[in-house]
Design a protein around this ligand. Sequence first.
Ligand SMILES: [Zn+2]
Length: 663
Amino acid sequence: MEQVDLILSGGEVVTMDSHFTLFDTGAVAVRDGAIVAVGPTAELMAAYQAREVVDCSGCAVTPGLVNGHTHAPMTLLRGLADDMRLDVWLMGYMMPVEREFVTPEFCWLGTQLACAEMIRAGVTCFGDMYYYEEAVADAAVQAGMRAVCAQSILKFPTPDAASYDEGLRLAHDFVARWKGHHLIVPAIGPHAVYTATPEMLTACAELAEAYGVPIHIHLGETAREVEEHRAEYGMPVVPWVKKQGLFRARVTAMHAVHLDAGELQTLLHHGATIVHNPTSNLKLASGLAPVARMLAMGLAVGIGTDGAASNNNLDMVEEMRLAALLAKGASLDPTALPARQALAMATAMGAHALHVGDMTGSLEPGKRADLAVFELDAPHLMPRFQRDPASLYALLVYAARSGDVRDVLCDGRWLMRQRQLLTVDVDALRARTDELAARMDRFLIGREASVLSKLLAIGGVARERTFEVQVKVRLPDLEGREQMLDVDDITIVRSSLRRQYDTYFLFSDPDESRLRYREDEILDAAGEVTDVDYRLTLMTAAKEREFPKSVLLSRSRFDADAKHSPRFYREYFHPQREVAVHKERRRYHIRYGGTDFAVNFDQIIQPALPGAYLEIQSRTWSAQDAEHKADLISALLDKFGVQEAGLVRREYLDLAMDALAGA
Ligand SMILES: [Zn+2]
């Protein structure tokens, strides 16, 4: 008799091989971490002598599940921010917290926690994409799990790289170190098209090709991503990544919710695969991936939980069930994505989607011994029918729960026996995760305390402490404004016509913060928009000093390019009030008395304020200079023939608010 290390005997063996062979009762023989034989129990027990025989009667023995896409360390961010749109969630919460807290220790700890959770759900292999992927790989190996680990690369600074060049170097070193490891397949992870440059994608593809490792990328996750990409580059995402040479490598596309038939065809043609993330797509309302169509085309589609911050668990049993149900609901076809296919996506096809199908995903001689044992005696799994042996797939996909997983073996090593984790010490993790959670809590509580700190957290902000001298005068109309400026000693340097759409977010914080989102359309002589500028300005309560005909304001301003939509800022900042002011502005830059002033003639469109407004303003960094300018403004007003009586010292905003309150 041939000697083996282990035989699992007496269970229903669900091989998930290409013929979907089932053995009832069956057995699996394992030696040196590999599957030696799979077949009827009696046959195997007669042919092999095992050091250990595990009785699996009353159980289903399946391939270990493959979680095609996750960000394992994000278990530590579980429940940190929920019920938000993807951009607010990602740019407003995940990335700022990650910049502050993500270290190799964070990634190791989070991955250990993720492994504990995944093993309990029968997972033996996962696809990961995160920072410090070295620590992720290390934690996975300690937990005894197989993983395809993609080192993230983004065009902007990340917790582990100040630039994408540095990110590429990290990825290069990581791949070189881990290539050939028995559990880890290193990979390159350009995060997404909207966080990449063309050069960056090309460099990633070259690196992946040189080492023969896969590429993981989020592709077509949201409609917005796809629309903005088309607007910016004039082509859909898949042809664009193809143009950058991405398909020189073996690509796994995550999500693929908003790719059209032609793009899917391109993926298929280039041997690229897809991982479907049903819970994440639902929770972030990204849309419904056309999974039935992908499968009909012959694409390999795996199933992933995505990170715990967008799921919020890593339960692959639940994910597999949802994938099947969602495909039916989305296509209004109950025959779409039957149970057997869903289990394939979570096992053999999922392994193929991660480009590790030769190694794992099915119970066949020659493959690594990665398997899960589901106990089938719980009430929610009763009764059993024998008429159709394939009903076992429906039992596993629609009725089973992760809690039914009794044992898990990966690479021939037990990771869980009788529901006891053997490689991860969850109790030891708990104290450390609690401590870290308390620190993240304090960080966010501190940040949420002021509008400024929230603004700074999303970056790109420049601070100016400025003194502004300004005056606003109500005019009956804009007639004769050119003549008004046509006086001695004034030089018009340049002028422009603008349409300004301001959204003011008002806060009742101690600073009386006002956040202004300004969409500034610059018009040519024909009234056509030639340029649009988006600015975000935070102004705190101004200290005012009155001069004979003007007001000196001193205040701090924080100015940034508005990279997001007003909707983003509204959802991120939660202002107490919001006021919209639209106006048409003719702006003159003039020189008078050796000083520059902006002279604005404004017609307020919304709310409909009567008359027009003349505004003269100048900004400076010194109080003394400001006082000098205040005197010059008084002189200017005399030249313009403006009487003091018409002076309006309040800003449009107050007027607009009055107008709104009166309406
Ligand atoms: Zn993801």
